[in-house]
Design a protein around this ligand. Structure first.
Ligand code: 2IT
Length: 450
């Protein structure tokens, strides 16, 4: 392990002791970079690891709005503009009660590497609020989004910072956010936000992109082993937009998503979430705001297991698509005990570091990291930015083909980066190294500015 990496991690642990999720992701990424910084002493000379860990800018603001009962509500808003060395800041907004600075920093740090991996010119950022969308009326969501944007607008723009959705921020919220931005700016600058509806400059395939991209990446992993998606049983966690896109593509390729999970437990559907009716129902469940996956079991008469995660099921592949730290060491042991060969992260940081090290240490297991696997979402956001800049709209085939090529490229460049630094077939380290190198080289070339 490199002394430079050790020193930087130790300093960050002192300085950021109250930011556990942020420390977790920095430790995971930087520990992969030891061979790279050892081979390039110029990185230490330019204090690149220290600089990359510190966001270029952190914006925190008050969001006041009035609920349906006439009561004044106050939430906290964030935008962490992490790194703009390779392009304007780019990354989603998350609305969830758990959102705090540590969560937004972990997501923004990850986003910088992810956006770099796409090969598109996008820097890293993340934002959001501790606003809880559950149980809120449409009017309340709209007023909240308008208030949020009334502060955020001054910090964003098509060449400055381009937000998008994340957990709790879907098409509806993006619409309200963009409407308020347009009103305040007095201009149709729709390249400022992605994930828009098709009628005002959204891209075809953006809703499906994260899930489709994840399955395209999975196809590359399986191809390496001489296997294919067809005939595979796949355990998904989550039941939101990403799980929906993944289940849809898995079904198209002849595989079966057999589990979905929510805060209430998980469902097991041995026939697979494969029909249009089932896939459409996933969208309805999400839109209902119940935040319960049991609704699926009630509707399609399959098993619902309350309070548990799907990792106890014997399947061929697991793909956690829910949220951070869904798989801890105890859950990881269940996956290993079931002799599952493919552990494909999809959600941002779904695995604790302890569990990740354990899984990567298994001889017969292949682990793929979320910053590569889920990069298709932001990649299509990048394609949406290009279309907006040129005032054009590509067909679904054009977008889909670009997405597919980007995912193949991410896989290939990760494999090559790990090999170059003597780490063998290591998709986790490879993604960290490939993502890092592009940002590092851009920062070096631009001097000591940020
Ligand atoms: O985690 C992610 O990559 C996202 N939430 C999407 C970000 C984006 O800008 O499309």
């Amino acid at each position: 392990m490199s002394k430079y990496v050790d020193r930087v991690i130790a300093d960050l642990k002192k300085k950021n002791a109250n930011e556990p999720e942020f420390l977790q992701t920095v430790e995971e990424v930087y520990s992969s970079l030891a061979p790279v910084v050892d081979a390039h002493p110029e990185y230490e000379k330019a204090a690149l690891l220290e600089r990359m860990a510190e966001p270029e800018r952190v914006i925190q603001f008050r969001v006041t709005w009035v609920d349906d009962a006439g009561k004044v509500q106050v939430n906290r808003g964030f935008r962490v503009q992490y790194n703009s060395a390779i392009g304007p800041y780019k990354g989603g907004l998350r609305f969830a009660p758990s959102v705090n600075l540590s969560i937004v920093k972990f997501l923004g740090f990850e986003q910088t590497f992810k956006d770099s991996l796409t090969t598109l010119p996008m820097g890293g950022a993340k934002g959001g609020s501790d606003f809880d969308p559950r149980g809120k009326s449409d009017g309340e969501v709209m007023r909240f989004c308008q208030s949020f944007m009334t502060e955020l607008y001054r910090h964003i723009g098509p060449d400055v910072d381009v937000p998008a959705g994340d957990l709790g921020v879907g098409g509806r919220e993006i619409g309200y956010l963009y409407g308020q931005y347009r009103r305040i700016r007095g201009a149709f600058e729709n390249g400022t936000i992605t994930g828009k509806g098709l009628s005002y400059g959204g891209s075809l395939v953006r809703p499906e992109a994260t899930g489709f991209g994840a399955v395209y990446y999975l196809q590359e992993v399986l191809r390496h082993e001489g296997e294919e998606v067809k005939g595979k049983n796949i355990a998904l966690a989550g039941f939101g937009n990403v799980a929906w896109g993944a289940a849809t593509k898995i079904a198209q390729l002849g595989g079966k998503a057999v589990t979905l999970s929510g805060p209430d437990g998980y469902i097991y559907d041995p026939d697979g979430v494969t029909t249009k009716e089932k896939l459409d129902f996933m969208l309805q469940m999400r839109a209902s705001g119940h935040d319960k996956v049991q609704d699926y079991a009630d509707k399609f008469h399959c098993e619902f297991v309350p309070g548990k995660k799907p990792w106890e099921r014997k399947v061929d592949i697991v793909m956690p698509c829910a949220t951070q730290n869904d798989v801890n060491l105890e859950e990881a042991k269940k996956i290993v005990n079931n002799h599952i060969k493919y552990y494909i992260e999809v959600a941002n940081m779904p695995t604790t570091n302890e569990a990740l090290v354990y899984l990567m240490g298994q001889k017969d297991m292949i682990v793929a990291p979320s910053k590569a696997v889920n990069a298709g979402g932001v990649a299509v956001s990048g394609l949406e930015m290009s279309q907006n800049a040129e005032h054009i709209c590509w067909t679904a085939e054009e977008v889909g083909e670009r997405l597919h090529n980007i995912m193949k490229n991410i896989y290939d460049s990760s494999v090559a980066a790990a090999e170059e630094y003597g780490l063998g077939y290591n998709l986790v380290a490879g993604a960290n190294i490939a993502g890092f190198k592009k940002v590092a080289d851009a920062m070096l070339a631009q001097g000591i500015c940020y």
